[in-house]
Design a protein around this ligand. Structure first.
Ligand code: SF4
Ligand code: SF4
Length: 108
């Protein structure tokens, strides 16, 4: 796992589920991110939901894990982190970088 050592947001299943990144327009047309999301949903459906997936398999919680590995994101669209429960819980409006963690790296 290459989660940022100083990450402010813990990499947990709970935060993965709260994360709004899968619904974000920055990722909406990313085949790479949507494939990861499909695989994640299949994993959940197969009953292995209790396991925390590897961070490289999760198209989200970039505030915890840092930049996206997918290269086909579209950062000209609006980041929706401010709509996320994790954002509110960890007061991410006060951290650097500000939003677009998939592009700018994790919140520390
Ligand atoms: S703040 Fe952004 S990156 Fe972090 S969990 Fe929420 S939507 Fe995902
Ligand atoms: S970090 Fe922000 S811009 Fe990037 S995918 Fe998540 S919500 Fe969208």
């Amino acid at each position: 796992m290459n989660t940022c050592e100083n990450a402010k947001v813990p990499y947990t299943l709970e935060n993965i589920k709260k994360c709004m990144c899968p619904k974000c327009p920055v990722q909406a047309d990313s085949k790479c991110a949507m494939d990861k999301l499909d695989n994640l949903m299949k994993q959940y459906e197969s009953g292995s939901e209790g396991n925390v997936p590897k961070n490289q398999d999760v198209p989200g919680v970039y505030c915890s894990t840092g930049r996206a590995t997918c290269q086909d994101l579209y950062p000209e669209e609006q980041c929706i982190c401010y709509t996320c429960a994790v954002w509110k819980e960890y007061h991410l409006q006060n951290v650097k970088p500000t939003m677009y963690f998939c592009q700018r790296g994790g919140a520390v």
